[in-house]
Design a protein around this ligand. Structure first.
Ligand SMILES: C[S@@+](CC[C@H](N)C(=O)[O-])C[C@H]1O[C@@H](n2cnc3c(N)ncnc32)[C@H](O)[C@@H]1O
Length: 272
């Protein structure tokens, strides 16, 4: 039982389609946004652009291009949460739009900005982007949406559609190799317990069998094929190494595991 005496969700491996996954994500992130921002908001920083728990910062990585060339560029942030990355982009003169499926996550963006955001906040599903074709110069996502959707090619096609020709799309996800290991920060998280090749989603479901949290797995090869199928060219695949300064644990990401196995994969792509 949890604090509110509701039964704990049950963890399962079973199929979960697009509608069920979206519904589960929206509910889970609405219910858990406060805790997520309380726990990780300090590390993320209100106006930093952090690609993942390793702490790789866009300020140093420049994966969207040189920071000096961002001014005036329109950027879509997918699965923006409290829009920390968009705030960093806006401070460099870019024109971001922060999109997320979770109303509560976007309310945290309003909390940080004092109720008047400097850029648009849009509540929508990444699988159906409410923008005209060719609306953006760049698109980015730090762990937003893609780990949680049943049909990643649909999301990638949508991102491609709203990008202008030559537009860059950079997104980070949990490194696929992590799927084979328990999601534990300690030594127990270093032994393979599941097949890397098993794409059956991880689902937490309530007592009536309804999904309340879903994660989908794609192998590294699947991700490359998905990108190509959606019409992107892969320019780089960045696997950030765990830096010595970073002593924090974030769920199953930890200095111990970070030194030995990759935790994040960042795909840098371009639309022809
Ligand atoms: C791990 S959080 C990352 C948030 C933010 N980028 C950060 O680094 O803190 C994942 C985000 O993706 C959003 N999300 C999940 N599924 C989504 C979907 N189908 N469409 C849009 N956003 C989605 C969640 O609401 C959540 O805010």
């Amino acid at each position: 039982m949890n604090q509110d005496s509701e039964p704990e969700p049950e963890a399962a491996r079973r199929d979960a389609g697009a509608a069920e996954s979206s519904r589960a994500s929206r509910g889970w992130w609405d219910r858990n946004a406060d805790e997520y921002q309380r726990e990780h908001g300090g590390f993320l920083g209100d106006d930093r652009f952090v690609w993942g728990p390793e702490g790789l910062d866009e300020e140093e990585a420049g994966l969207l291009g040189p920071a000096g060339e961002l001014a005036g560029r329109s950027v879509l942030e997918v699965g923006a949460g409290a829009a920390q990355c968009s705030r960093w982009l806006a401070a460099r003169g870019a024109r971001p739009v922060a999109l997320d499926i979770s109303h509560r996550q976007l309310q945290h963006a309003l909390r940080i900005d004092g109720a008047v955001p400097a850029f648009p906040l849009v509540q929508a599903d990444a699988g159906a982007l409410p923008f005209a074709d060719g609306s953006f110069d760049l698109a980015c996502s730090a762990y937003g949406a893609l780990p949680f959707v049943a049909d990643p090619v649909r999301v990638l096609r949508e991102v491609r559609r709203v990008l202008r020709p030559g537009g860059r799309w950079v997104f980070s996800v949990t490194h696929p190799v992590r799927w084979a290991f328990p999601d534990e920060p300690g030594a127990e998280g270093l032994a393979v317990t599941a097949s890397y090749f098993d794409r059956t989603p991880y689902v937490e479901q309530d007592e009536r069998g309804r999904a309340v949290y879903v994660e989908h797995h794609r192998t590294l090869g699947d991700r490359v094929r998905d990108l190509v199928a959606a019409g992107f060219r892969l320019v780089d695949l960045v696997e950030p190494e765990w830096p010595g300064w970073n002593r924090q644990e974030w769920g199953g990401w930890s200095p111990l595991r970070g030194r030995l196995i990759p935790g994040t994969a960042i795909f840098v792509c371009e639309r022809d």
